[in-house]
Design a protein around this ligand. Structure first.
Ligand code: ADP
Ligand code: MG
Length: 576
């Protein structure tokens, strides 16, 4: 460990030299209140932030530990998440920003979204807290700007650390709120199962977002706070918030219906992201869904590997085998069938679907169509004829947004109508209508047990080496994961919320290869990786120390593997 002042002299000697000389900074430096470890320096000023790793270590007795008694895993995660946000804020306020070429002058941290996630940008150890940030060492072209570098490392960085991590500067009430929000959401999620629910949306919750692509809350009026219909209203006690009331969505089949633009998709989106605990102020702090909730959708063009979609689709043209269906280019309906089967295989307990992203022919075949196109000429068994069977045989619930097809009244246990952003329980009325106009459509579900064949991924088919012979695993953005020669398209995994999760899934795919021993099914592989991640932290699944990874579920890891083109999976003893 060198004294921090050495940086001043080292940098002075580098002024005007080529960027590669920044590599001489690698090593540890003792500042007054923290240590800086320059772990990894990028080769040029344009490198993406994850190419540079700068570790800041403070003693734990220097950072606030309010409410962290007990020090549970959940508490540590929420605490780390809180510090990551403070660090980000401090960077925004204190770092002077870009000066020079590329990312010169930036001091940042992997930006956290609305969810309280496990992250390795902040690592909470027993005696210390480590923050991993990015520092864009400044240059003009490739010529080192020593003056700016000195200001960044010796003035801005200590000010940021002080602002973000010192006990005196921390609003302990804000920290407590953050920890309590996570603990309450977790407690609420744990109540779902005993109450026979799949999701809960608290009264007063604020569901709409500021814009389509943004997950931030809409703050501008008009904003209708959520209110549960009395018949589905449930009251629960939370450890910190105390008694709260809200909509409990029961197990079974639930239909969310209503006119266009009345808030159906917004409610469903809250359920999709209810697998996460949200930060205070998000509006969805007390909206939770079952941990194993999966949003499925159609996504034409995706690849499918050896998936048994027989219960939805059989007898495709040219005798294509749908019990072991593979394609490089799925259609809308086959992609949706595959997504459901993959979800079941990976352990989903609740499926969410939205008409906005469903294939119509997969959802229903109405009476007129049944008359025109004979059953024998239609390979698809529509979801409407399987949704109850799915619940009956597998206990898998479905929540479905559908504004245009009343046929689902017959198969829904509960029907919720969104009217001017208000939820109304219209179950009785919907069932009356269903009884008064018997659906003339026939149930076309051929008898077939709902037991998709588990698949075993083969490690040899997973290669992180790219066309240039280099190992290449990184997220281009949330939706695109570069893995060797492939770009895995994750756009349809709508429950991934941060690029850091996509990065981490990339690491996890490689990490999981030793578990792929030709015997272990996909689900078990994914669950083992995630169990290791829970035990060892995100660093445990990464090949190097870095700060741009965030936690994810085994489900998403399995789904990402399904989308890796070229992966081979064999079906396990299904005798098809
Ligand atoms: P639907 O799926 O029923 O067509 P959406 O859920 O897409 O409708 O919502 C339509 C619009 O209304 C969106 O712009 C959304 O942000 C907004 N919105 C949804 N819920 C609320 C609410 N509770 N208060 C105010 N605006 C809302
Ligand atoms: Mg919609």
């Amino acid at each position: 460990m060198k004294p921090a002042i050495r940086l001043k002299h080292t940098l002075a000697a580098l002024d005007g030299r080529d960027y590669t000389h920044y590599q001489t900074l690698l090593g540890g430096y003792a500042f007054e209140r923290f240590r800086l470890i320059v772990q990894q320096v990028p080769k040029d000023p344009f490198a993406p932030p994850h190419a540079g790793v700068y570790r800041i270590q403070v003693r734990r007795d220097d950072v606030p530990v309010v409410g962290l008694e007990g020090d549970t895993a959940l508490g540590r995660t929420a605490f780390a998440d809180f510090l990551a946000r403070r660090f980000m804020d401090a960077c925004r306020r204190i770092a002077k920003g870009r000066r020079g070429t590329g990312r010169s002058g930036l001091i940042t941290i992997e930006p956290p979204g609305q969810a309280i996630l496990a992250r390795n940008s902040v690592v909470v150890l027993d005696a210390a807290v480590e923050v991993r940030c990015f520092i864009g060492l400044p240059a003009h072209g490739r010529r080192i700007d020593a003056n700016a570098a000195q200001a960044m490392l010796l003035e801005e960085l200590p000010a940021i650390v002080d602002e973000a991590l010192s006990r005196e500067k921390t609003d302990s009430r804000a920290l407590t709120r953050h920890l309590d929000a996570a603990a309450d959401a977790e407690a609420l999620r744990a109540l779902l199962e005993p109450l026979g629910l799949v999701a809960f949306v608290a009264d007063g919750a604020s569901l709409p977002r500021e814009s389509g692509p943004s997950d931030r809350p809409q703050l501008a009026a008009p904003l209708v706070p959520f209110r549960a219909p009395p018949s589905l209203s449930i009251t629960v006690d939370l450890p910190h918030a105390g008694r709260i009331t809200g909509l409990g969505i029961p197990k079974g089949v639930t239909l969310i219906t209503g006119g266009g633009f009345h808030g159906k998709s917004t409610l469903l989106r809250a359920l999709e992201l209810g697998i996460y605990n949200h930060i205070p102020g998000d509006g969805r702090e007390r909206c939770v869904s079952h941990h194993q909730t999966v949003k499925v959708r159609a996504y034409a063009g995706r690849a499918v590997v050896n998936t048994d979609i027989g219960m939805f689709i059989d007898r495709l043209p040219f005798g294509t085998d749908t019990r072991a269906f593979s394609t490089e280019n799925a259609s809308g309906s086959t992609s949706q069938a595959a997504a459901i089967v993959e979800a079941i295989e990976a352990g989903a307990r609740v499926l969410l679907m939205d008409e906005d992203t469903c294939a119509t022919n997969f959802m229903v075949r109405d009476n007129k169509m049944q008359q025109l196109v004979r059953r024998d000429d239609e390979p698809i068994t529509a979801f409407i004829d399987r949704v109850r069977q799915l619940y009956r045989e597998q206990g898998i619930s479905t929540v479905l947004v559908l504004g245009g097809v009343g046929d689902y009244f017959d198969v829904a246990d509960h029907v919720i109508q969104m009217v001017d952003y208000q939820a109304v329980d219209v179950t009785l009325r919907a069932h009356q209508i269903a009884a008064a106009c018997p659906v003339r459509r026939k149930d076309e579900g051929r008898v077939m047990p709902f037991r998709p064949c588990p698949r075993i991924p083969l490690a040899d088919s997973i290669d992180p080496v790219n066309a240039f012979g280099k190992r290449s695993i990184r997220a281009q953005d949330r939706q695109r994961l570069i893995f060797g020669r492939q770009v895995i398209d994750l756009a349809d995994l709508e429950q991934l919320t941060e690029t850091a999760q996509t990065h981490a899934i990339g690491s996890a795919i490689e990490y999981g290869k030793p578990y792929m021993d030709r015997h272990t099914p996909l689900r078990a592989v994914a669950e083992r990786v995630v169990a290791d991640m829970a035990e060892k932290g995100l660093d445990g699944i990464s090949d190097r120390i870095c700060g741009h990874l965030a936690g994810f579920r085994a489900l998403e890891l399995a789904f990402a593997l399904n989308r890796l083109r070229g992966i081979q999976m064999i079906q396990e003893g299904c005798g098809s």
